[in-house]
Write a protein that binds this ligand. Structure first.
Ligand code: SF4
Length: 144
C-alpha cells in the first residue's frame, strides 16, 4: 500500500532529536501507511548533534541561500540541513504524501513556530526548511 501520511520520526518515538531524545506522540496510524522521516539524519547529521537555529532570515531565505542554519557553537550546518531536506522531499514525492504531521519549533520540521535564531529559547512565527518546502508543494501540514 502506498504511504500517504508523513510524520516526523521523533514523534513516533525515534530518538533522533539533537540530544538523542524523542517526543513520542499518541497519534495512531497503521504502520504500513505512515512514512517516518528525520530530515536531519538524512542530511548526515548525527545523534547527538548541536542544537541549531535559522539565523538572520526565514526558511525561505535558507532555501534561497540568503540565510543560514547555525549551531549554538557558531558552526554553519546549512549544507547538511539542505541536503537532508532535499532527500526528504524526494521521499515525499515518491510516496505521494498528502498530509504531514510535523514536530514544532525545529529548523527542519517546525511548522508555524520556530526559534528566533538567537539561542535564547524565544519562539517566533515561521517554518523549518522541510515544512516550508512541503507547504510549497501543497501538502497539508499539522504541527505538533
Ligand atoms: S523534528 Fe524533524 S529533524 Fe528534528 S529530530 Fe524530529 S524528525 Fe528529525
Amino acid at each position: 500500500m502506498e504511504k500517504k501520511i508523513l510524520i516526523s520520526a521523533c514523534l513516533c518515538g525515534d530518538k533522533c532529536r539533537y540530544n538523542g531524545s524523542d517526543v513520542k506522540n499518541d497519534l495512531k496510524f497503521d504502520d504500513k501507511e505512515v512514512l517516518k522521516i528525520c530530515p536531519e539524519l538524512l542530511g548526515g547529521l548525527g545523534i547527538p548533534r548541536e542544537s541549531c537555529e535559522i539565523v538572520d532570515g526565514s526558511a525561505e531565505d535558507v532555501i534561497n541561500r540568503t540565510a543560514k542554519i547555525i549551531g549554538i557553537s557558531g558552526k554553519d550546518y546549512t549544507n547538511e540541513y539542505l541536503e537532508g531536506m532535499e532527500k526528504a522531499i524526494e521521499l515525499v514525492k515518491k510516496h505521494k504524501i498528502e498530509i504531514a504531521y510535523l514536530k514544532q519549533n525545529s529548523p527542519s520540521c517546525g511548522y508555524g513556530k520556530v526559534y528566533d535564531g538567537k539561542f535564547r529559547g524565544k519562539i517566533i512565527e515561521g517554518n523549518g526548511i522541510f515544512a516550508e518546502r512541503l507547504k510549497k508543494l501543497g501538502i497539508k501540514i499539522i504541527g505538533i
